[in-house]
Design a protein around this ligand. Structure first.
Ligand code: 4FM
Length: 270
């Protein structure tokens, strides 16, 4: 059964970006997931189909009214139920939510579906959030103009975890964040680009050595750029093999940095 995304949004066309392009486009075409949008405007019953109003207590901007959202969410949940979705959650994308990370993405991908609530304007009537939202999630500590882009980030990350989404050669399990390490560096033709050669080991054809080098690069780069991830993966410290790879990485790196300093000195002398 495909994973079911039901999205509550005033701007449903934005979601063509996920269903019609790239990895998520192919996964959609292969029926790995379905995406339905629900426009609260279709549930606003007054003559002008109003979905927003000025905030009680005053202040700038507008607030999304509870009732149209309530009706849209209720219909979205009912449709999911009819389509056999039993494990689902209503998720509100907002900067107040818990930060989205790989662990949360995996948890969501284990459900049968989700209802994603996208806000616009200054906010949503708090009573709607209390009554209908199971979980609040943020994609990061910054503010964007509405929940839609955040919902699409979540959809993309979840779809990549669905079996078959990445094709048979690539698998999400090989991806960097899966095991708390950053990716190793990638290279393609030409062999020399702006005086920089591709690391020789990658041209050697020795697959065991290449695999070792790539793991070493992953560990080394994580140590350099995201030591917090390394601490999370190995709370008791690095295992012997990883420790050895990292020590060698540090040694190699001192030499690279020293050579760069030498080159700079020579340039300045010229
Ligand atoms: C959310 C604007 C709700 C208006 C937003 C309303 C965001 C984030 C975000 C903007 N969402 N992570 N950061 N949303 O900035 O998830 Cl009503």
């Amino acid at each position: 059964m495909p994973f079911e995304f039901d999205v509550i949004t005033l701007l449903p066309d934005m979601f063509d970006a996920v269903t019609q392009h790239g990895v998520t486009g192919r996964a959609h075409k292969s029926n790995l997931y379905r995406l339905h949008t629900w426009n609260p405007r279709n549930y606003a019953m007054n003559h002008y189909r109003t979905v927003d109003d000025s905030p009680y207590g005053g202040g700038p901007g507008m607030v999304m009214m509870a009732e149209p959202l309530d009706k849209a969410i209720t219909d979205a949940k009912a449709r999911q139920g009819e389509d056999g979705v039993s494990k689902t959650r209503v998720i509100y994308l907002s900067p107040q939510g818990k930060r989205l990370d790989h662990k949360k993405v995996l948890q969501i991908s284990q459900l049968d579906g989700v209802v994603l609530l996208c806000g616009r304007y200054e906010g949503i009537d708090e009573r709607l959030i209390e009554n209908q939202v199971d979980e609040e999630i943020s994609i990061g500590d910054y503010v964007i103009s509405g929940g839609e882009l955040a919902a699409m980030v979540l959809i993309d990350a979840v779809v990549r975890q669905l079996p078959g989404a990445l094709g048979d050669t690539r698998s999400a399990g090989q991806d960097s964040h899966t095991d708390h390490l950053l990716e190793y560096p990638h290279y393609t033709r030409p062999e020399v680009y702006k005086e920089k050669p591709v690391p020789r080991i990658l041209l050697s054809g020795d697959h065991a050595k290449i695999e070792r080098w790539r793991l070493q690069q992953s560990i080394g780069r994580t140590w350099l750029k995201r030591p917090d991830l390394l601490a999370e993966k190995y709370p008791e410290g690095l295992p012997d093999r990883e420790k050895e790879l990292l020590e060698e990485f540090k040694q190699l790196r001192y030499r690279v940095v020293a050579n760069q300093l030498m080159d700079n000195t020579k340039e300045q002398e010229q």
